[in-house]
Design a protein around this ligand. Sequence first.
Ligand code: PEP
Length: 238
Amino acid sequence: MARTPFLAANWKMYPIPAGALEADSPYRPQSGIDTAVFPTFLDLKACIDAGLPTGAQYGHPDSEGAHTGDVSMVMLKKLGCNFVLCGHSDRRHDHHEEDTDVAAQANAALRSGLHPIVCVGETKVERDSRRQKKVVERQVKCLPLTQNITIAYEPVWAIGTGVTPTPEQAQDMHAFIRSLLPDTRRESTRILYGGSLKPDNAEGLLMQPDIDGGLVGGASLKAQTFRELTTIALRIKA
Ligand code: PEP
C-alpha cells in the first residue's frame, strides 16, 4: 500500500518561522505530500487562521480540571487543531511522562478527534547496551495500535545533535515497529523518522521503504530548509 509521505514541523519553544503563514508557505500540504506544524500554544491560532494543518506539542488527557498550566485535547480540537504530539522525548524528559501517560494522551486525542503523532525512541545508553528494540517495543505496545495513529521513531541521541542512525539502522527499527502493528493497520500506519533530519541526510533516510516521512525539529525552523525537505520527499516518495 502506498502511504502518502508526511513531514511534520516541530517548532518546539521557538516563534513561527518567517514566511510560514504566507500563501506560498512550504508548510502547506501539496499534492502528494501531507504536512503539519506544531507551534507553541500561543501560536496555534495564528497557524490555524492561516490555514495550516496544525497540532499542539502536548495535550492533557482530561477534558478539563485542576491542571494548572495545561490545555486539554478537547480544547485543542475546539480551537481548530487537527493533530497533537504525544510523548515527545523533551516531554518524557522534562515532564517525566511515562509510557502509560503517553498512551493516555493518544487515547484522549482519538476520543477528541485529534490525530496523535506518538514519539518513541531509545536513549544512547539504551542503544549502546543493545536494548533499543526492547525499549521501543515497550513504548509501542501500550499504544492504541488498532486506531488511526502516526508513530514517530525519534532516537533520543539523534534529536538536536546532528548525529543520525544510518539509513539501514533507521529502516531496521521502522520495519521492527511495523511488525508490532496489528494486521489491520500494518500497511496503512505511517511511521516517521525524527532526529537531526535535514536536506543533507534526508535522501538516504526517506529512500527506506518503512520511513514514511519525518518529524523535523531544527531544520523546520527555516522555511527554505523545510521547502528543500518537501522537495526531496516528493521526489522520492510521491
Ligand atoms: C524533534 O524535536 O522532534 C526533532 C526531531 O528535532 P531535531 O530535528 O532538531 O533533531
